[in-house]
Design a protein around this ligand. Structure first.
Ligand SMILES: Cc1cc2nc3c(=O)[nH]c(=O)nc-3n(C[C@H](O)[C@H](O)[C@H](O)COP(=O)(O)OP(=O)(O)OC[C@H]3O[C@@H](n4cnc5c(N)ncnc54)[C@H](O)[C@@H]3O)c2cc1C
Length: 319
């Protein structure tokens, strides 16, 4: 069965590899996309030769005030050279002219359904922070965050905020004010689907990765869900009812997307009242945030220990 995949980012390239062939259509010979380049260590298809740094400690700030920390004995994330890694996966593929029997859309945010924002990232030199540590910084006045990830001797620094069309000046200001300076050597922005609608098949094609809406609204993480959805679709296409099998294969990711969408809306309502969602989180919630495992249960348990916070959250949930 000839399969055609449009878009060869991590999701489309991983799909062709896992399916074992097909036709890949890509508009750009190089993969140039702004990204934090962080993936959980268990992400399939990540080869160690593309890993440029590791992270085992996460520090959370409400602007300048540290509000929580999560650390692990062993690295929990790899930081990859995403461009080289993705391009290395874009191999093979049929040149066949005949019409494809199955079509797969893997064009990322350029094909997704839902609300998008622009997120910017810069590489910054001349800064020294703790090794193997990722920093998340939540500003007091916008729903979103800045990040600072180690990147093999430089730092990958970025940010994206709901309602902010061009975050580039914000990232420059963050480098000056929060990092205390540093040389910005490369800045670029890219769209990110922050309020995605999960669409696994749109009537004409299957969808994988961010094109399918499988990207986490609160963390912006899309690489691992993209690869997992590609593997799930490759398996599902071998079955009699591919769409049902695919839906089952990505059920957990889709559930996490929906939950994080609700939390993002809650964060926006809290912000309108001058509160930050991050201030309500304790270390167990932050751990689940890192492990893409946020659930109503963890939030409830954390808040039950702090009733004043629970009241604020419930007020925001019911508006
Ligand atoms: C600044 C920023 C930082 C991020 N940081 C992280 C992070 O640290 N970790 C993480 O997991 N996620 C992160 N994300 C999200 C992540 O980049 C994406 O969710 C992920 O790359 C999705 O993979 P994908 O293959 O589905 O889509 P993409 O990576 O967007 O790839 C889509 C591909 O399709 C091609 N394409 C699009 N339209 C067409 C067309 N019509 N015809 C042909 N080709 C087409 C594009 O050229 C591209 O190669 C970040 C996003 C941004 C913007």
């Amino acid at each position: 069965m000839l399969v055609e995949v449009v878009g060869l980012g991590p999701s489309g390239a991983a799909f062709l590899r896992a399916y074992g062939g097909g036709r890949g259509v890509e508009r750009s010979r190089r993969y140039f996309k702004a990204c934090g380049e962080a993936v959980p260590v268990e992400t399939p298809m990540v080869e160690l030769k593309y890993v440029v740094d590791k992270v085992r400690r996460y520090v959370f700030y409400s602007w300048r005030r540290a509000v929580g920390e999560v650390s692990y004995r062993a690295p929990r994330w790899y930081i990859v050279d995403k461009q080289r890694w993705v391009e290395s996966m874009r191999v093979g593929g049929a040149d066949a002219e005949e019409p494809a029997e199955v079509r797969v859309k893997a064009g990322g945010p350029y094909m997704s359904v839902g609300e998008r924002i622009t997120v910017a990232r810069a590489y910054v030199e001349g800064v020294k922070l703790d090794d193997e540590t990722a920093y998340f910084v939540f500003p007091p006045d916008a729903a979103g965050f800045y990040w600072v990830f180690p990147h093999g001797g430089v730092y990958n620094v970025g940010g994206g905020f709901v309602g902010v069309e061009n975050p580039v000046p914000y990232v420059y200001a963050f480098v000056e004010k929060w990092l205390g300076g540093g040389r910005v050597v490369d800045v670029r922005g890219a769209p990110l689907t922050v309020v995605p609608r999960v669409v696994l098949h749109d009537g004409e094609a299957f969808r994988v990765g961010e094109a399918a809406g499988l990207v986490y609204p609160l963390t912006g993480e899309g690489i691992r869900p993209g690869i997992l959805s590609a593997l799930a679709l490759a398996e599902a296409l071998k079955t009699k009812r591919p769409l049902e099998a695919y839906r089952r294969g990505v059920e957990k990711i889709a559930g996490q997307v929906e939950f994080q969408k609700r939390l993002l809306r809650t964060a926006q309502r809290l912000l309108a009242r001058g509160e930050l969602l991050i201030e309500l989180a304790d270390d167990s919630v932050l751990r689940d945030y890192i492990e893409e495992n946020l659930s109503a249960k963890t939030l409830f348990l954390a808040l039950s220990k702090r009733p004043a916070h629970a009241v604020k959250l419930v007020a925001a949930l019911i508006r």
